[in-house]
Design a protein around this ligand. Structure first.
Ligand code: GDP
Length: 444
C-alpha cells in the first residue's frame, strides 16, 4: 500500500488527542513527535520535516476552538493543508507552445522509467486531442531505441530514429524538422540515461536543449528513491534548468519522501506521476488528492472545512447570546437559514460523520425551496417587524400586508411567525446540547 506506513504513523498522532478539549502547546507535543517521526520514516528530508512540524505546531496552538470540531480533527485538517502546500498547492499544468510544436525534453537516470514515460505522455496527450511524435535520443543503448519504437507502436505515435551514430543534438534537430513538416502538436524527446550523474550527460542535455528550445524540460525520477529524488531534481535544475519533474513508480511501496520533498527542496513542481506499467498509468500530480490519500480521512476533512465556513459566516458567540436570551429574530433567522442553505444543509454535513444519518437530495431541494418562500416574506417585513416577531404575532393586519406584498398566503405568513417562536425554543435546547460538546442531528 502506497504511503501506508506514513498514513499509520500520522494516525498515531491523532489518537493521542482523543478526549482533549482544545489544542495546546502541551498536548500537541507528543502528536508532533509522532508526525515528525512518520515523515522522517517516509524519507522526507530533515530540513523539510523541521519546517513542516514548526508550521503545524504554530497553527495548532493559535487555532482556538471550532464548535463541534474535536482537536484531533482540527489537527488532521492543519496537517492536510500543510501537506498540500508542501507539495506545491495547485496542480502544475503542462505548458504548451503558442507557435509551432510544443517540445518536451525528458531527462533522467537509467531505469527510472524514462522511456516508458515518453510513450505514456504521448498516450496522455493524444487523449487531449494532440498529435505527438517521439524522438529516440538514447544513442548509447540500441535496445532503448528499439524499446521506444515498440512503445510508440503500442500507442500509435510515430517515433523518429536516426540510429546510434548521430549526435543527440543532431537527432533532435532532424526530428524537430520532421515534426514541423508533419504539423505535429507535441514532440517528446527521449535522452540517454546514465547510472549516475556525470558531466558527459549534462553537456549532452545542454546541447540538445539549445537545439530544441523546449517548452518543458522534465526530469523523470523514481519515487522509490525517496529524498534522493528531490536532490536529483535540484541538481538537474541547477545544471541544465528544468521546468518540473515526473515521479514514476508511485504504485510501488514508495514511502512518500519523494512526493513530499521535491517541490520544497528544489523549487520545481512535480507535474505528472506514473502509477503503473500500463500506457494509461500517467496522470497529473494533484497535491490535494495526494494529501487526502496520505491521511485517508476525506470525511473528517470536509466536515472541518464546512464547520469553519459556517463559523466565518456568522459570529457564533453573538448568535448564541441572542438565542439564550430568546432575542433570536427574523434577521438572525435569515442569516442562519442562508448559512445552512449555503453549506448544503447542516444535516448533510453531519451525515459525513460516521454514525450520523444522511439526508436525501430531495429533502435538501425541499428545504431550499421553502427557504426562498421564507425569504420573500421576511423581505416584505419592516425592520421593526424583523426585530420583534411579537408585532406580527399580535397583529393580523400586519400579517395580511406581508402576505400581499410578498405574494404569499396569510396562512404561510402565520406559519412563519409560529416557526420563529418554535425555533427560539428549539435552538435554546440545541445550544444546551452543543455546550455539552456533542453534535446534535438537526434533521427534524
Ligand atoms: P528508463 O531506463 O528510464 O528508460 O526506464 P524504462 O522506461 O525502461 O523503465 C524501467 C522499468 O520500470 C520497466 O520495467 C518499466 O515497466 C518500469 N516502470 C516504469 N514506470 C513505472 C511505473 O510507474 N510503475 C511501475 N510499477 N513500473 C514502472
Amino acid at each position: 500500500e502506497m504511503f501506508g506506513q506514513l498514513s499509520s504513523g500520522l494516525e498515531a498522532a491523532w489518537t493521542k488527542l482523543k478526549g482533549e478539549e482544545v489544542l495546546t502547546k502541551e498536548n500537541i507535543a507528543e502528536p508532533m513527535r509522532d508526525i515528525r517521526r512518520a515523515l522522517l520514516e517516509a524519507d522526507v528530508s530533515l530540513p523539510v520535516v523541521r519546517r513542516f512540524v514548526q508550521t503545524v505546531s504554530d497553527q495548532a496552538v493559535g487555532m482556538g476552538v471550532i464548535r463541534g470540531v474535536k482537536p484531533d480533527q482540527q489537527l488532521v485538517k492543519i496537517v492536510h493543508d500543510e501537506l498540500v502546500k508542501l507539495m506545491g498547492g495547485e496542480v502544475s499544468e503542462l505548458q504548451f507552445s503558442k507557435s509551432g510544436p510544443t517540445v518536451i525534453l525528458l531527462a533522467g537516470l537509467q531505469g527510472v522509467g524514462k522511456t516508458t514515460v515518453c510513450a505514456k505522455l504521448a498516450c496522455y496527450l493524444k487523449k487531449q486531442g494532440k498529435s505527438c511524435m517521439l524522438i529516440a535520443g538514447d544513442v548509447y543503448r540500441p535496445a532503448a531505441i528499439d524499446q521506444l519504437v515498440i512503445l510508440g507502436e503500442q500507442v500509435s505515435v510515430p517515433v523518429y530514429t536516426a540510429g546510434t551514430d548521430v549526435k543527440p543534438a543532431d537527432i533532435a534537430k532532424q526530428g524537430l524538422k520532421e515534426a514541423k513538416k508533419n504539423n505535429i502538436d507535441v514532440v517528446i524527446m527521449d535522452t540517454a540515461g546514465r547510472l549516475q550523474i556525470d558531466k558527459g550527460m549534462m553537456d549532452e542535455l545542454k546541447d540538445v536543449k539549445k537545439v530544441l528550445n523546449p517548452t518543458e524540460v522534465l526530469l523523470v525520477v523514481d519515487a522509490m528513491t525517496g529524498q534522493e529524488a528531490a536532490a536529483l531534481v535540484t541538481t538537474f535544475n541547477v545544471e541544465i534548468g528544468i521546468t518540473g519533474a515526473i515521479l514514476t513508480k508511485l504504485d510501488g511501496d514508495s514511502r512518500g519522501g519523494a512526493a513530499l520533498s521535491v517541490k520544497e527542496v528544489s523549487g520545481k513542481p512535480i507535474k505528472l506521476v506514473g502509477r503503473g506499467e500500463r500506457m494509461e498509468d500517467l496522470e497529473p500530480f494533484y497535491p490535494n488528492r495526494m494529501a487526502g490519500r496520505i491521511l485517508g480521512m476525506g470525511d473528517v476533512l470536509s466536515f472541518v472545512e464546512k464547520a469553519q465556513e459556517v463559523m466565518r459566516q456568522e459570529d457564533a458567540e453573538d448568535l448564541q447570546k441572542k438565542i439564550m436570551s430568546a432575542k433570536f429574530d427574523f434577521n438572525d433567522f435569515l442569516k442562519q437559514t442562508r448559512a445552512v442553505a449555503k453549506m448544503g444543509s447542516m444535516t448533510r454535513v453531519l451525515g459525513m460523520i460516521p454514525g450520523m444519518g444522511k439526508v436525501s437530495p430531495a429533502q435538501i431541494r425541499e428545504a431550499e425551496k421553502s427557504l426562498i418562500i421564507m425569504e420573500a416574506m421576511i423581505e416584505a417585513m419592516t425592520p421593526e417587524e424583523r426585530e420583534k416577531p411579537e408585532l406580527l404575532a399580535e397583529s393580523p393586519e400586519r400579517r395580511k400586508r406581508i402576505a400581499k406584498d410578498s405574494g404569499k398566503t396569510e396562512q404561510q405568513v402565520s406559519q412563519l411567525v409560529a416557526q420563529i417562536f418554535q425555533m427560539r425554543v428549539k435552538m435554546k435546547n440545541l445550544m444546551g446540547v452543543m455546550e455539552g460538546g456533542s453534535i446534535p442531528a438537526l434533521s427534524d
